[in-house]
Design a binder for this molecule. Structure first.
Ligand code: GDP
Ligand code: MN
Length: 411
């Protein structure tokens, strides 16, 4: 689960991490008022308007704008709310923007040798070392993946002890490693320690501040501030975080994925042409690999779970075929707890009674079925017999045969 930046900033603030004040709005009419609040008491008013979407790269896309007046704020808000945000992190058609953050703009200090004092800071889990790690870089503001490619030496990584977590001495070492000195060292270290506490307390899979900046306050005193934050939470732990579940925004969810979840199916939309219906996540991964090996592209990942009942298969078929790109379907089921003849009957019934989007009944696209397991012979016999009224159906002898058949069918 993800939350928006304006919510992430509240989490940081609650943990004692300094963040410029601001609030979320959902219409251009609210922009002037929010601008006035964000800039009250400033000699030369400056605020920042930021699109709230679940993707980064907003800065470069023009969806983070510094504004000097209520008029400019309103204009920026109107632009962002009526255009889709496109960046390397969004789908090609972009994302609709429904909310904006209007916040006090921070003045970012110039760095010795050019550029601005922007840093990257994150905590995540490193599967290789099987520990949480603190990641920090002097090259903040930009995407960390770019920095990792271009200049991996600019990234500091500190593995965290599983019981002790981030230690104050480690945080100070990282602060020195970022080139900080004086009071800024302890401020940055305190932010790192607070972020690592949040990471554990909230069951995060990612807690990221980018950029963390050095900003002179009104009196010219330099301090460390967080300007943007991103959190991912472990969905398996949301049951113990009602406070986070309340922050969820489902407006960007894939509707097919939501519908699948309601039926206990795990469905992830992809962009190929071969729909997959499989029982078991491991088998689903193997199925997708085998399709690719034979030159095809999977249209989705779909795990119907252990049971593969007629009801689940019917629902899965209609979710898969709701995607207009699907030109063929591969069903790959292992009959372990359930017998293959029962499953075959379920598939046949679901295919026979399938309601197409044009209102007609019966399965129209090529359907390749591979069954294996208990009573497989009886299952295959049932499929063979049903071919008379489901002419697009083929029974495969094994997974490679199934992949070959479905790839040939969609060519
Ligand atoms: P992202 O591009 O989607 O990650 O959005 P960010 O919130 O990280 O903003 C992108 C860039 O805009 C930052 O790296 C900064 O350079 C700039 N920016 C964002 N907020 C402020 C601010 O308050 N003041 C100034 N001067 N620049 C800002
Ligand atoms: Mn950012």
């Amino acid at each position: 689960m993800k939350i928006h930046e304006y919510q992430a900033r509240e989490l940081l603030r609650g943990a004692g991490i300094p963040v410029p004040p601001g609030r979320a709005i959902s219409s251009a009419e609210e922009a002037a008022g929010a601008f006035a609040e964000a800039t009250s008491g400033q000699r030369s008013p400056l605020a920042v308007v930021k699109a709230q979407v679940f993707a980064g790269g907003r800065g470069k896309a023009g969806f983070v704008k510094l504004v000097k007046s209520a008029d400019e704020a309103t204009q920026a808000a109107r632009f962002m709310l009526s255009n889709r945000m496109k960046s390397p992190q969004t789908p090609p058609e972009g994302l609709e923007v429904r909310k904006l953050l209007v916040a006090t703009a921070a003045d970012i200090a110039d760095r010795h040798g050019g550029g601005k004092d922007e840093f990257y800071l994150a905590i995540t889990t490193d599967r290789k070392s099987r520990r949480n790690v603190l990641i920090a870089s002097r090259e903040g503001g930009v995407e960390i993946e770019e920095v990792a490619k271009r200049n991996p030496a600019a990234i500091l990584k500190v593995p965290l002890h599983p019981l002790l977590g981030l230690q104050p001495f480690q945080a100070r070492q990282v602060a020195f490693g970022l080139g900080l000195a004086g009071k800024l060292v302890n401020q940055a270290a305190a932010i790192m320690l607070a972020l690592s506490r949040l990471y554990v307390e909230k069951d995060c899979t990612l807690a990221e501040i980018n950029p963390l900046v050095i900003s002179p306050d009104a009196a010219g005193e330099r301090r460390v501030l967080a300007l943007d934050a991103k959190f991912n939470f472990d969905d398996n732990a949301t049951f113990r975080h009602p406070e986070l579940a309340a922050l969820a925004d489902h407006s960007e969810d894939n509707p097919a994925e939501v519908r699948a979840a309601a039926f206990g199916l795990t469905y992830i939309a992809l962009d190929g042409t071969i729909g997959c219906l499989v029982n078991g996540a491991g088998l689903a991964m193997a199925t997708m690999d085998t399709i690719k090996l034979h030159g095809g592209e999977p249209a989705n990942f779909l795990d119907v779970g252990g049971s593969a009942t007629e009801e689940a298969v019917t629902e899965a078929f209609s979710i898969i075929l709701a995607d207009a790109r699907v030109k063929g379907v591969l069903v790959n089921i292992f009959g372990g707890i359930m017998r293959c003849d029962v499953i075959a009957q379920g598939i046949v019934n679901a295919a026979r009674g399938f309601k197409n989007r044009d209102g007609s009944t019966g399965f129209k696209v090529p359907l390749v079925v591979r069954l294996e397991g208990t009573n497989v012979e009886a299952g295959r016999a049932l499929l063979d017999k049903a071919r008379t009224d489901i002419p697009t159906m083929q029974a495969a002898t094994d997974l490679a045969d199934a992949a070959r058949r479905v790839c040939a069918a969609v060519k």
